[in-house]
Ligand binder design. Sequence first.
Ligand SMILES: [Zn+2]
Length: 316
Amino acid sequence: MANNEESRGLKSLFDWFANRRKSGSTSLERQEREIADGLWHKCSKCSVLTYTKDLKANQMVCVECGHHNRVDSDERIRQLIDHNTWKPLDEHLRPTDPLEFRDRKLYSDRLREMQEKIGLIDAVNTGLGQINGLPIALGVMDFRFMGGSMGSVVGEKLTRMIEQATQRRYPVVIVCTSGGARMQEGMLSLMQMAKISAALQRHKDARLLYIPVLTNPTTGGVTASFAMLGDIILAEPKATIGFAGRRVIEQTLREKLPENFQTAEDLLQHGFVDDIVPRTQLKNTLAQLIALHQPVLTTPHMVLWETMSLTSTAAE
Ligand SMILES: [Zn+2]
């Protein structure tokens, strides 16, 4: 036994793990416990186990097969925004339950449970920050909060962020992930589509750049509004992007849909998406696109001035 342990010590971590996998049910139990503890992550595509730290270092992209695991909004902001430059906007906006909606449970209870479980007030984080030194307004949706559904708070936060960006002449980036409109808020949810679109039109009229990044999944009312209104539309590899779900369409058409239906790759081929960018290259790609689209009037002096004003507001 001692010999065995010794020889294991000389091997790589991979061999050590492979050994453990071979050695029966106790090791299997331990392995399952470690996965549950979050030490290891099993890829849902290729089933390879990765040390969670390594996966995080690779921005939650499987090192083996390139599968893009879902990331929460905080992690996404860390990946995209330069250290110490993030200034969140409108954190005080809270969802209400104007329709007193009830499905299996009360919407107000559902909201409270979500807020306690996830530590977010609603399904989007918005703010100002810098990306490789360039100022941007960034909105990041969070799928964990009721499937990233778009209720009044998501709509209002995104609208206010776009309005700030128009005022400051910042480009807007929105990382989308959503099941669509939030049905529990009925029409109030649906009107957010028009509200955000109108704010984007004013941003566009000011000749400013807007880039949505479509991540898995981007569907429903989000696809039908701001996700598709970008000057340049980027998507993550293999992301599901569509309006109605595959099953609903198949049942309506009574037809089997192709395998790659509603994938980023299919949408790129049909011109709905401009490029597919792996997550590990996303920050640099966005920074390059923003730098190329800086307004002609922007001189290094102005960039410096903008940076200084952002830093001083962040310090307040
Ligand atoms: Zn994998």
